[in-house]
Design a protein around this ligand. Structure first.
Ligand SMILES: [Mg+2]
Length: 367
């Protein structure tokens, strides 16, 4: 998450390290042949964390600055932005963990419980937190419901600071739990965003990303096109109603009040990846930029490693673009496509694997 980060509240040791526990875990990885689909679900969670952790030290840097200092950043390094040890995950993975733990423990999508977990994480004084997220979670802590807080935060934010990437970065675990139910996946993705990011570009950005990831897990050759096809009847165009609040006008006969996909979002993603000029891609924290760039990298790279390295070396909101690209590529290629030298640096490795397996194996309710 790019904006209004809170820096360095703790100074852990900053040398790169190999965690022996994770080494042992990797060597003893489940020897029974995993199903391809389960392995892709695991790759999604680990790809998200690796993109986040590789990008963390170069968040806010320019591509030229990264090149000067690192040539090309391919290894987990310590220090850098936020001054943390190598392999440290940030808000992207921490908030994805909140969603994944909640769904597993509750057996269903429960936005009240997810919001509570977000607030508990916020109260731990994280070193990286986005502006809208902080404002919305602060409102919840003061007693507003998650729906009020997300809505009020959005309405109080002006254009330019009302549609960040802080919900798309964390929503991917839902694509495992609800991989087989597009309606549930759309609704839970949208509601997971509304807790902090109620703008339709963000809420439906989460829905499109998760439909894409679910299609990738199933082995689709064109997962984003499949995702957009699911929502194509629900695209609406913005209406200038003279107020700050964005209104939308239905253009498709099948549109329901629950599904209003901004035309701007749909148009930004329709040409990805084949009709995109890579030189036009942005590394900003604006949700449309992040989705365009991360989906381009995640859908075109030949491995998870290549997707994440390319995304992170773009700089800017490097950890979030890296984590979204990593989740997409992880869902395409599975865990085997992620370097062990990265995975041993991720302290949450065991829990990420365990959560991905639980979310994949069990059936989760949705009201
Ligand atoms: Mg972050």
């Amino acid at each position: 998450m790019q904006t209004e980060a809170v820096f360095g509240l703790e100074n852990r040791h900053t040398d790169g390290r190999n965690n022996p526990r994770n080494h042992a875990k990797l060597m003893n990885r489940d020897s029974s042949p995993p199903s391809n689909l389960r392995d892709r679900a695991e790759g999604l969670m680990l790809g998200l964390a690796c993109g986040d952790a590789l990008g963390r030290p170069v968040e806010f840097r320019t591509p030229a600055g990264i090149e000067r200092e690192h040539d090309r950043l391919t290894e987990m390094i310590g220090d850098g932005t936020h001054n943390q040890p190598a392999g440290t995950i940030t808000d992207d993975t921490e908030m994805a963990l909140c969603i994944a733990r909640s769904v597993r423990e509750r057996g269903t999508f429960d936005p009240v419980d997810i919001a509570d977990r977000f607030v508990a994480w916020y109260e731990s004084s994280p070193f990286d937190i986005g502006g809208m997220t902080r404002r919305a979670l602060s409102r919840i802590r003061e007693g507003e419901s998650w729906e009020q807080a997300g809505r009020n935060t959005w309405e109080a934010s002006s254009e330019g600071s009302n549609a960040g990437n802080g919900s798309v970065m964390r929503c991917a675990p839902l694509a495992i739990a609800y991989a087989d139910s597009p309606d549930a996946l759309i609704r839970t993705s949208v509601d997971s965003s509304r807790i902090t990011h109620a703008d339709p570009r963000c809420t439906y950005g989460c829905a499109i990303l998760n439909l894409t990831i679910a299609a990738a897990i199933r082995g689709s050759d064109a997962p984003l096109a499949e995702a957009l096809a699911v929502l194509s009847d629900d695209v609406v165009k913005p209406v200038d109603n003279g107020h700050d609040e964005v209104a939308f006008e239905a253009t498709g006969s099948a549109t329901t009040p629950e599904r209003e996909v901004p035309k701007e979002l749909f148009e930004a993603l329709r040409g990805v990846p084949d009709e995109i000029d890579e030189s036009t891609l942005s590394n900003s924290g604006y949700v449309l930029d992040t989705l365009q760039t991360a989906l381009y990298d995640g859908l075109t790279a030949a491995s998870v490693e290549k997707a994440i390295v390319r995304a992170v070396n773009r700089g800017g909101d490097a950890d979030t673009i890296g984590s979204v690209a990593g989740a997409v590529a992880g869902a395409r290629f599975g865990t085997a496509s992620i370097p062990d030298r990265w995975l041993v640096e991720i302290d949450a490795f065991d829990e990420l694997v365990s959560l991905s397996r639980s979310l994949w194996t069990r059936t989760y309710q949705f009201d």
